[in-house]
Ligand binder design. Structure first.
Ligand code: SIN
Length: 328
């Protein structure tokens, strides 16, 4: 595909059938004082009410779009749980199984969006678009960013050929496998490490910079287990030791991610404990402690690495590998 294909292909706007699933977050947040853009409660406004605030909705409905909505949860995404993840994945799959549905939008908090996006990407890898839409200002703010972000999500989800799990914030589209939150306040709070955005949404048009995301999905059955494996994150830092890891192994941890310094380096005392854990059958992965880029593997590595994943995404990777080993 050339860049002129991208620019010349405009959405048809005809007959799109979209399902919007609400999970909570700041996009659905409300403050007691409308001027308060930090002291609000996330997950207050019903998804149907959020949709009604999107200016571009009427135009799309007039052009023949069908928009359905469903409230899957209503949480601050810091409180996201495995149970909500499974229900969300099931509802996304349910709607993807309906041939008339062209795409799905999931409204979500920004704080753990990178985790939900990675999970949905690895489990479902859909051939239609599943777009997570979020906001940095609550719905009650004088100038909320949620309605524009939802409008942009409608542009992405209705775009011809769009596929895979993506996230939309501040006019930028991020692949679900790479998105991460990098700022606590700015309206453009997401990044994809040093890979850059997948596309920009500009005045209702999509300017795509990279290919749509693709993956070999694990399938929904991987999430079927009633009890998911215990996977924890530990951090390597100056003065680190192995006590926490040894205690976690004693209480039956099954997977560990170490948020590592530099190019995946780990304090020697913590490393000794992680190697003991690995020898005891715990699945251990090294991930970057922060910043962009990807751990560059070396022949001297003692533990496998999670490439460019954040430590929170690496935790999901370990979780899914353990679930897949169990056969779901
Ligand atoms: C949340 O993650 O639910 C709250 C913060 C946000 O959405 O920006």
């Amino acid at each position: 595909m050339t860049s002129s294909d991208v620019l010349s292909r405009r959405p048809s706007h005809d007959g799109r059938h979209i399902v919007i699933l609400g999970t909570g977050g700041t996009i659905a947040g409300r403050a007691e004082q409308s001027t308060d853009v930090v002291g609000y409660k996330a997950g207050q406004v019903a998804v149907q009410d959020l949709i009604e605030g999107v200016l571009g909705l009427r135009r799309r409905i007039d052009a023949g779009w069908r928009i359905e909505s469903e409230q899957v949860s209503q949480v601050d995404s810091k409180d996201m749980s495995h149970a909500i993840w499974r229900r969300l994945a099931e509802r996304v799959q349910h709607h993807l199984d309906r041939p008339e549905v062209d795409g799905i939008i999931v409204t979500h908090g920004t704080d753990t969006l990178e985790e939900t996006a990675y999970l949905l990407h690895r489990v479902l890898a859909p051939s239609r678009p599943v777009v997570l839409a979020a906001a940095m200002r609550p719905a009650s703010a004088p100038q909320p960013d949620g309605p524009q972000n939802l409008d942009d999500a409608l542009t992405v989800v209705g775009w011809p050929g769009a596929r895979g799990v993506m996230a939309v914030l501040g006019g930028q589209v991020w692949p679900g496998a790479e998105v991460r939150k990098v700022h606590p306040y700015r309206l453009d709070a997401f990044s994809a490490g040093d890979a850059g955005p997948l596309a920009h949404v500009e005045a209702g048009q999509l300017r795509r910079l990279r290919e749509w995301p693709v993956e070999q999905p694990l399938g929904l059955k991987v999430l079927a287990a009633d009890i998911w494996p215990d996977v924890q994150i530990v951090t390597s830092h100056a003065g680190a030791d192995g006590r926490l890891v040894d205690l976690l192994v004693q209480v039956g941890v099954q997977g560990l991610v170490v948020a590592a310094t530099g190019n995946g380096s780990v304090h020697q005392d913590l490393m000794a404990a992680l190697l003991r854990a690995q020898a005891a059958g715990v699945l251990v992965l090294r991930a970057l402690r922060g910043g962009a880029g990807c751990i560059v593997p070396s022949s001297t590595d003692l533990l496998p690495d999670a490439g460019a994943l954040t430590s929170a995404q690496a935790r999901i990777e370990v979780l899914l590998r353990l679930l897949a080993r169990r056969g779901g």
